[in-house]
Design a protein around this ligand. Structure first.
Ligand SMILES: NC(=O)c1ccc[n+]([C@@H]2O[C@H](COP(=O)([O-])OP(=O)(O)OC[C@H]3O[C@@H](n4cnc5c(N)ncnc54)[C@H](OP(=O)(O)O)[C@@H]3O)[C@@H](O)[C@H]2O)c1
Length: 253
């Protein structure tokens, strides 16, 4: 009994990267997966892979920083595949470069806070009324090691937004526990997604490996297995935690 079979699981930001890894694992475990992103061709290729492996999926397209679009996607999911049992609020990223706080632009700040904290808030706001009415649901949000501890080269808007997601997840867990709903967070360290493979030069990847007690960088599958645990009945008495998926890196610096 893995706990996600036959469940409708909306995985935001699953057109690529970590979200695509979560979607593939959940589909392989029998969930009805709802893929999401803005890039239709990337979504189509993840969907084709899932369906070629015998999985079930649908996809929705929209910008999570706009509540009207989030609501339209939620309604499309409910009409197309049924009520949402599991929300993995994964979409996000760092949209301003690291550097001294006074050099962060106003646009970079807003883009990063909206693209992470606001997007997660709006998705929870849309999905929770139905979960509360059904007295059932599981939520997993996505932070980052940047939100777990300070570092002089931290991308500050991203770190602040992710730390906000962690506390919001705990507050939500406290509010919705009596309705039979759990909310937890995962906080990955560097994950070798397609984008990071291209963006981080090989020599820097080697240096990063040395900062991890488990001497390798993470994979989307590492995060997917943590999300599966938190979304399944295996974790039925766990709520309000942030689970570091970090090869031990967060612990030592
Ligand atoms: N990769 C890492 O090392 C790492 C480490 C710690 C935490 N994280 C977190 O893990 C999550 C996934 O990261 P990733 O590396 O897999 O990212 P990624 O490869 O850049 O993919 C990001 C996904 O989110 C979607 N997305 C972003 N902003 C959106 C918006 N406003 N509306 C709708 N969709 C949006 C993208 O959709 P389209 O591309 O289709 O537009 C894409 O599907 C993020 O929250 C990130 O902060 C990543």
């Amino acid at each position: 009994m893995n706990g996600v079979a036959e469940r409708v699981a909306w995985i935001t930001g699953s057109s690529r990267g970590i979200g695509a890894g979560i979607a593939k694992l959940f589909a392989a475990r029998g969930a009805k997966v709802v893929l999401h992103g803005r890039d239709r061709s990337a979504l189509a290729s993840v969907r084709a892979e899932i369906e070629a492996a015998g999985g079930r999926s649908m996809s929705v397209v929209g910008d999570l920083t706009k509540f009207a679009e989030v609501e339209a996607m939620r309604r499309e999911i409910e009409d197309g595949i049924g009520p949402i049992d599991i929300l993995i609020a994964n979409a996000g990223g760092s949209f301003s470069p690291p550097g001294p706080v006074e050099e962060v632009t106003e646009e970079g700040w807003h883009a990063t806070v909206h693209g992470n904290l606001t997007a997660t808030f709006l998705t929870l706001k849309s999905v929770l009324p139905g979960m509360k009415a059904r007295k059932r649901g599981v939520i997993v949000t996505v932070s980052s090691s940047a939100g777990r501890r300070a570092h002089p080269r931290s991308p500050i808007p991203y770190a602040a937004a992710k730390a906000g997601i962690e506390l919001m997840t705990q507050d939500v867990a406290a509010q919705v526990g009596p309705f039979g709903i759990r909310a937890n967070c995962v906080a990955p360290e560097t994950i070798l997604t397609e984008r990071n493979q291209e963006r981080i030069p090989a020599a820097q990847q080697e240096q990063l490996v040395q900062t991890h007690p488990i001497q390798r960088l993470g994979t989307p599958e590492d995060v997917a297995r943590a999300a599966l645990f938190l979304a399944s009945e295996q974790s039925s008495w766990i709520t309000g935690i942030t689970l570091d998926v970090a090869g031990g890196a967060t612990m030592i610096r």
